[in-house]
Design a binder for this molecule. Structure first.
Ligand code: PLP
Length: 388
């Protein structure tokens, strides 16, 4: 038996696992009872009532012989696919139902999609960005090049014709910087992908957080994007499904034969998502469900305002938090040192920017996914550190 040699190329620990290790060691050492977690991007608001009711009904159905269901369709149930198509339609985007694939979340899909491509492709990633894209491609042994996201370009790098790429991941709204591309920016990426014969893998996991009209929620708002782009979405952050698990991927049929390949790959490696989960996701997309999930996101939006106001008072550079649940600020020096300092001095956990890429060094990410009360208290403590 030989191991996959590319494991050696991964960094030793996953960012959030390392943060968790440090927190555990700190807790064992000092046993404080006042730690506030502003680190991992997990939601805190409960599931919306519409999803809860739909889940109960679906479980009841599964408990009766006449309505029991076993394995579902590989693409997902048509009722959920239709709801997703209608959700896009309400934003002016027409999709065929067989362009939509349901999954257990977009982490599986952004990573699993790499199965479709040969090893000899160059992958272009924003730096900093969600670490899963790099890890998944490193495990296939692919070459990765980076587009630097910096203060100078507003953390929104644009294509550079001199850089050759075959597979381009774009994350917008961005994790960790909270930056969001405009249609004009994405037009440039679509044109670049066309000129390279490349595919864009567009991660829109946070699309529902976009509040400004001029920012894009789907890459398909850009003309011609359906010839070059796949889009990944999730119910995790938009509807509080991080513990339920449901997402979806749009693979346009105009895009080479990726739609057929993804269907083949999913039928080879997955038996889909539970009926109960898909009924819950369908409920989250009803008018009532959307109103309820918007109310939960409003809690996070207010928390983000608290964070931004507090950072404004300290004078440190900060961004994000308007169209995204993440706030990105300049901590200076080593971002892991700042992580340790916040934890040890004021018992607040955040995420070191360098964990998202080399350009994240000297930066720090806070999430708006906490209670209002905890957010206010965490910012009081963080301000005291930043002013010291
Ligand atoms: N994409 C981005 C940019 C994320 O930040 C996350 C989760 O944090 C995911 C995808 C994964 O979401 P899911 O829970 O749907 O797997």
């Amino acid at each position: 038996m030989l191991f996959n040699p590319y494991f050696a190329d991964l960094s030793n620990v996953y960012l959030f696992a390392e943060a968790e290790n440090r927190l555990r060691a700190f807790l064992a050492r000092t046993k404080p009872n006042n730690v506030i977690k502003m680190g991992i991007g997990d939601v805190t608001q409960p599931l919306c009532a519409a999803a809860v009711e739909a889940g109960k009904t679906a479980v009841e159905e599964m408990g009766k012989a006449e309505s029991f269901r076993g394995y579902g369709p590989y693409r997902g149930y048509p009722f959920l696919i239709k709801s997703i198509a209608a959700y896009y339609k309400s934003r002016g985007i027409s999709l065929d139902e067989d362009e939509i694939f349901i999954s257990d979340g977009s982490k599986s899909d952004v990573a699993g999609f790499t199965d479709l491509f040969a090893k000899d492709n160059t992958v272009l990633l924003q730096d900093p960005v969600y670490p899963v894209y790099a890890d998944a491609n490193i495990l296939h042994g692919r070459k990765i090049v980076y587009a630097s996201a910096t203060m100078e370009n507003g953390f929104l790098p644009l294509p550079d014709e001199r850089v050759k790429a075959d597979i381009i991941y774009l994350c917008s709204p961005n994790n960790p910087t909270g930056a969001v591309y405009s249609a004009a920016d994405l037009e440039q990426w679509v044109a670049y992908a066309k000129s390279m014969g490349a595919v864009i893998l567009f991660d829109a996991a946070y699309e529902a957080f976009v509040t400004e009209d001029k920012k894009v929620r789907s890459i398909y708002e850009v003309r011609g994007a359906d010839e070059v782009a796949v889009e990944f979405c999730s119910f995790s952050k938009t509807a509080g499904f991080t513990g339920v698990r449901c997402g979806y991927t749009v693979v346009p049929k105009k895009l080479a034969n990726l739609n057929a390949l993804w269907f083949r790959r999913q039928s080879a490696k997955s038996n889909g998502v539970s009926y109960v989960t898909q009924r819950m996701a369908e409920a989250a997309l009803t008018n009532e469900g959307q109103k309820q999930t918007a109310a939960a996101r409003e809690v996070y939006r207010k928390n983000a305002q608290v964070i931004l106001q507090a950072l404004r008072k300290t004078g440190v550079f900060h961004t994000g938090g308007v169209n995204a649940p993440y706030i990105w600020f300049k901590c200076g020096g080593s971002s892991w040192d700042f992580f340790d300092r916040l934890l040890n001095e004021v018992q607040v956990v955040g995420t070191p920017g360098v964990g998202f890429g080399r350009n994240g060094e000297g930066f720090f990410r806070l999430t708006a996914f906490n209670t209002y009360k905890n957010t206010v208290e965490a910012m009081r403590r963080i301000q005291s550190v930043l002013r010291a």
